[in-house]
Each structure stands twice: as C-alpha cells, then as structure tokens.
Write a protein that binds this ligand. Structure first.
Ligand SMILES: [Zn+2]
Length: 319
C-alpha cells in the first residue's frame, strides 16, 4: 500500500527533541561504547543485556530475564511488562458482544549485532526505540497488556533457526497460552536518504509501485498478519510526520521474514516488522561501518513518535 510522499518533514516538537536525545544516547551506549555484541563477544552481549535491564528498571518497570542455554552458555531475552489495568472498563468488541480478557501487545527488538559490526542501525536503533517507547508507557496501564522485549541471537548463525532468542521466547509464550494480538518487531529503523535511487527492493516488480527514494519507514508483514499491518499503517499515517510504505507479502519474498516477527509467525501469532528496509537502502548494513554517526536521528525520532501513537491506539482498542 504505497503512501503519500511528503517532501519535507516538519521541525521536531520539544517532546520529539527529548525523544531524539534519548535515541542518540542509547544508540551511542550500545554501538559506540559496548560495540559488537554476540556469542563471539559474549561479555559485550551480556553488558548490553545488563544495560537494557537497567534502563527498564530506571523507568520503573518490572523486568524479567528469560534464559536459555546455547553451547553451554546462558543467553537472555530481557522483558518488561505493563499489565492491563485491572479495573479498566473493557469496551465491547461488537454490539451485544462479550468482552474478552485482555491480550498482549508485544514490542520487540534484537540486541545482538552481526559478527564484525557494532550494529548501530542493526539493531541499536530498534533497541533504543523499544526502550524509549517503554519509558513512555511506564505506569500507564491500558486495556491490553504491553510487553517490551529485547531479543538475543537474531543474527547469523542463529538467524531464522530455532536457536534465535525470539524463537525460544515465542515458543514459551505459546506453551503458556499467552494471547498475543500483535507483535511489532523494530528492525533497523534509523537510516534515511533523499538521494534518487537510494531505495532498492527484494523483488524487481515492487520498484514499480514503491518509491526509489529511501526517505520513508517501511511496514512489512506476512499475508496472515495483513489486518494488523493495515491497522498499524492507518494509525501511523494519521499522526506521523514522515512518509511510510507498507506491504503484506508472502513470507518467502526476501526480506519479509528477516527479523523476530518470523519467530512469532512460526507460533501462530500475528506480527509485523517496522524497518528502514536495511540491506535495500543502508550502505553500512552488516559492516564495521554501521556506527552511530550514520543514523538520521531527526527522522528516526519521528518514526518512534509515530509508533508511540500506534501502540497507544492498539492498547486501548476493544478487547
Ligand atoms: Zn537486525
């Protein structure tokens, strides 16, 4: 669903400037100070986990470490939960309908980086956004439970395998019978370009319908999650000050499955990915030069502030 192309973004509001400064600081911490973080850089991987856990705690959130064993070493998914308000009036889904128990809206981002890269955009940007959003919803219970999760081991050699942190996590959700109505994967969301031909596509035909300039944020899902995708984009476009494009595509098209939403699809949950399209736009993708200075923090902040509105709307939707 191609969107309108807005040439110039509006100047940032004071709330967006505050948000931007948080994003700068957290990307700097993850990719600048901690740097490469994965099983080959295990101490750094755990320093990142500690940093994320402390960030949740400082926001007043209850955190939880979910561990699993990989090659004899513990790996952690770090989660923070904002339970649905106990006494909140549940609007009825349909006339004369019965209100259902609250479901969970899960906002996730992987915190490991690929071998040889400090991972500023992939995925320091997603983690910084997830933390900024968690701070904004802390202490504000809604109709649905919000869960913010930092996933370990998304990158190769675990990529699209059962060893991914998000695959383990989604499997445990399924086993517990968690009702997850939306999984939103924040994956590489901080790079934008106004240059002609700065945007490419995984399938040649898509370039006919979608812009060639990489100045938008992308929303991608598999076909079964298309309703969640449409709703998300509709809310985002109502509020956001940055162009957006979206597509519900068969999961086999390269790129569609390329993050933690895949793990939730495997367990029957609807999920979408928010992304700047990573390898199809970002020249520093999976390289040593994916450093904090490459990101466009103004537009990155507009994306996150738009996502705040999306989560707010999903969190108060009828049960
Ligand atoms: Zn990634």
């Amino acid at each position: 669903m191609p969107g309108k192309n807005i040439a110039n973004a509006a100047p940032l509001s004071s709330a967006e400037i505050e948000l931007r400064d948080e994003l700068i600081a957290d990307v700097q911490m993850l990719a600048g100070q901690i740097g490469e973080r994965n099983m080959a850089r295990y101490p750094q991987l755990n320093t990142a986990a500690d940093f994320i856990e402390n960030s949740f705690s400082r926001a007043g959130l209850q955190t939880r470490r979910d561990s699993y064993d990989l090659h004899g070493r513990a790996c952690y998914n770090i989660a923070a939960k904002i339970p649905a308000a106990p006494g909140a009036a549940a609007p009825l889904a349909k006339p004369f309908g019965v209100s259902k128990p609250p479901s969970t809206i899960l906002i996730g981002a992987h915190y490991d980086s690929v071998l040889g890269s400090p991972g500023a955009n992939d995925n320091g940007s997603g983690v910084a956004a997830m933390l900024a959003l968690a701070r904004r919803f802390a202490g504000k219970p809604a109709q649905h439970t919000l869960r913010f999760v930092a996933f370990v081991n998304e990158e190769p050699p675990y990529f699209l395998t059962k060893k991914m942190g998000s695959f383990v996590y989604a499997g445990r959700c399924k086993a517990r019978g968690d009702r997850i109505s939306a999984m939103i994967s924040l994956e590489t969301i901080g790079y934008f370009s106004d240059a002609q031909h700065s945007q490419t596509y995984p399938a040649p035909g898509l370039g006919v319908f979608y812009p060639r300039v990489g100045n938008f944020i992308g929303f991608v899902s598999n076909v079964p999650s298309r309703n969640l995708l449409r709703r998300t984009i509709a809310i985002f476009r109502k509020h956001a000050e940055i162009p957006s494009e979206g597509a519900a595509l068969p999961a086999f098209i390269p790129g569609v499955s390329w993050s933690d939403q895949w793990s939730f699809w495997q367990h029957g949950y609807p999920g979408i990915m928010v992304t700047d399209t990573a390898p199809f736009r970002y020249p520093h993708y999976h390289s040593a030069t994916d450093t904090p200075d490459k990101l466009d923090y103004d537009r990155f902040a507009l994306v996150v502030s738009g996502m705040e509105k999306v989560i707010q709307a999903l969190a108060i939707a009828p049960r």
